[in-house]
Design a binder for this molecule. Structure first.
Ligand code: FNR
Length: 364
């Protein structure tokens, strides 16, 4: 690809032109027919901005506070497995990028860099640890204790993966195999190997992750850590209310980047019902389909405290490691700043619900 890369889509096109087919399909793909994958992005088009003018936007500030930590702008990095397939330093490059722009980085349980390596790479970054709950509860407990010791600031429990989603590209070709970089969080536990003959990644997940999880298990988690708990994968008002009852500290509205259950709503379409159900009792975040600063603006107007991006950070990582992730974050930051100014806002608190309206008929 020639020319300057000026938006997330440019980085995606670049990544698509250089990544091996298997890696690209693993990163890019979704579950089933991929209807939700398409909709996660497209749904943002149905929300239109209602700009206000003549409001003196000469001094602007994108900073905000999340779980009482100040960040420079409300866009962080979602937990994404296997980042060394994108670049040799993987998660360590991504976390350094997040540190340099002062935002939040969420480390996946299934990372190619360990909790300790990531902590060492970016000691000042606000890091959250994404937890899959294993059938073997001592594994779960050990991961939480390591994250606490390494200075992580919250545990993000992914609740949408009792079983592995049916990702057709994975099923056709073994996208992740024993030849790929290992899951570094399990170096000493004999759990970092994928058995290609036994069904690869999907079988690995289905064997180890606990598909009997219940709300009581969230209560158990609260007894073994003092860190804030965020539930990732809430998609309905009903589960949002149960999250409040469970006394967690936040929820991340997410459909796992459309990789689990095809046919769900796009995350932006369920955000408002969840925000209303939660009624300001806990913080609400969103990921899925954010590709542009105006997407961020729309999510904030509909009540999200901050948003996260998964694939866009990967595309930056493929381009030039830490620098690439930084560039992607800064592009979206600049786009958000521009959206703020053009909608008549000076800071995040100025973004109002009535600056976004949903169009009844799809335009594209
Ligand atoms: C993910 N996601 C994910 N989520 C999670 O809780 N644990 C994980 O290990 C992973 N791994 C993972 C790998 C890859 C390749 C992708 C693309 C995604 C989901 C991720 O955290 C996030 O919810 C979505 O990526 C958000 O959607 P966008 O921003 O990619 O559209």
């Amino acid at each position: 690809m020639s020319g300057k890369l000026v938006c997330v889509d440019d980085y995606e096109k670049y990544a698509a032109s250089v990544l091996p087919k298997n890696t690209l399909e693993f990163y890019k793909g979704g579950a089933g027919e991929e209807t939700t994958l398409i909709d996660n992005k497209r749904a943002f088009l149905r929300y239109k901005l209602r700009p206000r003018f003549l409001r003196d936007v000469s001094k602007r500030d994108l900073s905000t506070a999340v779980l009482e930590e100040k960040i420079s702008f409300p866009v962080g990095i979602s937990p994404v497995a296997m980042q060394k397939l994108a670049s040799p330093e993987g998660e360590q490059a991504s976390v350094r990028a997040a540190e340099s722009v002062n935002t939040i980085f969420i480390l996946s349980t299934a990372a190619n860099s360990s909790i300790e390596e990531v902590a060492k790479a970016a000691p000042k970054c606000i890091k959250w640890f994404q937890l899959y709950i294993f059938k073997d509860r001592s594994v779960t407990k050990n991961l939480i204790q390591r994250a606490e010791k390494a200075g992580f600031k919250a545990i993000v429990v992914t609740i949408d993966t009792p079983v592995f989603g049916l990702r057709r590209a994975n099923m056709r070709n073994q996208l992740i195999s024993s030849k790929d970089p290992p899951y570094k969080n399990f170096d000493d536990q004999g759990m970092n190997t994928i058995d290609d003959k036994a069904g690869g990644l999907a079988a690995y997940v289905n064997k180890l992750f606990d598909d009997s999880l219940k709300w009581e298990d969230i209560a158990w988690l609260k007894t073994i850590t003092t860190l804030p708990i965020i539930l990732k994968g809430v998609m309905t008002a009903e589960d949002a209310i149960l999250s409040v009852h469970a006394k967690v500290d936040g929820i991340l509205v997410s459909n796992h980047g459309a990789r689990q259950l095809d046919g769900t709503f796009a995350t932006i379409d369920v955000l408002e019902e969840i925000v209303k159900a939660v009624d300001n009792k806990i913080e609400v975040y969103l990921d899925g389909g954010i590709r542009d600063g105006t997407d961020v603006f729309k999510a904030l107007a509909l009540g999200a405290k901050m948003v996260f991006m998964g694939r866009p950070a990967l595309w930056g990582l493929v381009h030039d490691g830490e620098e690439g992730v930084k560039k992607v974050l800064n592009i979206v930051k600049h786009e958000l700043d521009t959206a703020l100014a053009l909608c008549g806002c000076c800071d995040i608190g100025d973004i109002r619900r009535d600056m976004v309206a949903k169009q009844c008929c799809q335009s594209k």
